[in-house]
Each structure stands twice: as structure tokens, then as C-alpha cells.
Design a binder for this molecule. Sequence first.
Ligand SMILES: [Zn+2]
Length: 111
Amino acid sequence: MTVSSFPVEDTTVTLLQGEICMQYTRCGKTTCRCREGSLHGPYYYRVWREGDVVRKDYVRRDRLAEMQAGCDAYKALMDHLKQSRQKRVQIEKSIRGEWRRGKVSIAAKAD
Ligand SMILES: [Zn+2]
């Protein structure tokens, strides 16, 4: 994937760390239907990590698609950066190899 084809570029999506999780819950009322197993929900949360702390934020239903898109875009960006780093390491390795063999080439092959 090249930088110019990166999917985030043409959109206005807000990058969001983490992932969207779905949950059904039980309320505190002793007479509620959820006591019999008919739980409330689904409710959506965004869960992400900040250092050693796992954070969780409620996601309103009307913002679910937008938040999901933000998480997907963030993940795609991170994957893209990881691949770019790996590619750079490969290129650097091959340049060092050429250097050691006394064959320094100016143009490193990108793909
Ligand atoms: Zn209930």
C-alpha cells in the first residue's frame, strides 16, 4: 500500500484508538425482566488502552457507525505505519549489505 492510496486521506473520519465492544447488562431492580435473563441492551463501548490503564467509554447508538469508522481508520493507519517501518528496515538492511560488499547503489528498490 502506498501513502497516496491510504484510505483515511479522502475522508473526514476522526481517528480513535481501541475497539467497539457490545454488552448486555442487568439493572438493579429486583422486579425487572433482566432478572429472568432478558438483559438490557445491546450497549456499545469503546475500549482502549492508555499505558497500563484500560479505558472504556459509552458509545451512543446514533454515533456507533462514526465511532466504528474512527477505530477502523486508526487500526488501518497503525498497520500501515508498521508495514512502512518493516519495509524501511528491509531497505536499510539491503543497503548495508551492498555497502559491505563494496557495491553502494544510489537507488534503493522500494518494492
Ligand atoms: Zn433490568
